[in-house]
Write a protein of this length. Structure first.
Length: 365
């Protein structure tokens, strides 16, 4: 059996990986500089300082690297192969009997390790850094939304709490949790429902909860009563920390946590679209990178041979933008028409791979 990788695989890998890292570094550098400039504009707001701006920018780098890698991969692949084509080295490899498809496999294999690293990053470091960056931003404004979430359920003894939406807020040193669309279900010791309270707004501050806009329905043995209150204090051990720990943003979750959240929401009849969107985006990430690069590779055997770096970068950006537009469109359609997000995420790579196949056929004819 022939050894793999062979000499030409290593040669192509060096050219492609070097160009990918260069393109990745430039894109990431520009993105980080712009992010830091945006953070500098917030210095002086509340307790937000230059150190906060630096920390927030640094913590967001893994997430930015994850998002920019597919674009860097397609631009880098075009730059590396374009350079080989311009120096007739691709022609020499073809003369040795290597087909276009075999060269494409070499390119895909050379990007496999970087793609795997980004998949691991997207499951570990990127969500961790993004969550902490968002927490640091809490000192930026006098009245800031620290985190948002929906479909929250919690329990304390025989009381069950459900909130349609919630926000952690901060004004100076005053920090509180605000829930909207709250329902409180009170059960007795035998599991019978005693009352349901619909609450417009529930704020948790030191000392308990302040409820506003309350409509309570109480179930008696042979009757039902309904009362309305403008405001009420609720003494409860259910605090902000206990609630906030269970309402992490979907994009800051790992795939396992996302899968569990999706299953829980489906079981309870709750909306799971946002979680499914992010979950399947993680799974299709490697395929997206592969499809983008394979779709652009045929240009290395033709129009890029006499083109400069600007032309290669332009084609790479066009492919990347076209891909993300397709993905955004199919994702929105999946949310609107309620079809499987797997179909939505499979369509853009399928389109790109079809484009690659057609281009290969045309250039082979």
């Amino acid at each position: 059996m022939k050894h793999w990788p062979r000499l030409h695989d290593s040669y192509i890998a060096r050219a492609v990986i070097g160009s990918v890292l260069l393109a990745w570094g430039v894109l990431l550098g520009l993105d980080v500089v712009l992010a830091f400039a945006d953070g500098v504009g917030d210095i002086g707001k509340g307790a937000f300082t230059a150190n906060h701006a630096i920390a927030v920018t640094g913590l967001s780098i893994p997430w930015r690297a994850y998002n920019l890698f597919p674009t860097a991969a397609v631009i880098g692949a075009l730059l590396g192969l374009g350079q080989l084509a311009a120096s007739s080295e691709l022609t020499a490899l073809r003369a040795l009997g290597l087909s276009r498809r075999r060269l494409s496999v070499s390119v895909a294999a050379s990007l496999a390790l970087l793609t795997l690293l980004m998949v691991v990053n997207g499951e570990t470091l990127a969500p961790w850094g993004e969550e902490r960056a968002q927490a640091l931003k809490s000192v930026r404004n006098t009245d800031l939304v620290v985190s948002k979430y929906s479909g929250l359920w919690a329990r304390e003894g025989d009381m069950f709490l459900n909130a349609q939406s919630g926000e952690q807020k901060q004004r100076g040193d005053d920090r509180w949790l605000e829930l909207r669309g709250v329902r409180l279900f009170q059960f007795d010791g035998e599991g019978r429902l005693q009352s349901i309270a619909n609450v417009e707004v529930a704020e948790h501050r030191p000392g308990g909860w302040q409820l506003r806009g309350i409509e309570r329905t109480t179930f008696h043995a042979k009757s039902v009563t309904r009362t309305r209150l403008g405001e009420e204090h609720w003494k409860s051990q259910l605090d902000e920390t206990a609630l906030a720990s269970s309402v992490t943003k979907p994009r800051n979750m790992g795939s396992r946590e996302l899968a569990q959240s999706i299953e829980y929401r489906r079981r309870n009849g709750l909306e799971a679209g946002e979680f499914e969107n992010i979950y399947w985006g993680r799974w299709f990430y490697p395929l997206n990178v592969l499809a983008l690069c394979l779709a652009a590779i045929p240009f290395a055997f033709g129009s890029l041979r006499s083109g400069g770096y600007g032309k290669r970068v332009f084609i790479g950006i066009v492919f990347a933008l076209g891909f993300w537009v397709l993905q955004r469109i199919f994702g929105e359609l999946a949310g609107i028409f309620r079809f499987d997000y797997r179909i939505a995420y499979a369509m853009p790579p399928a389109v790109m791979l079809a484009v690659s196949w057609l281009l290969f056929r045309r250039r082979s004819s």
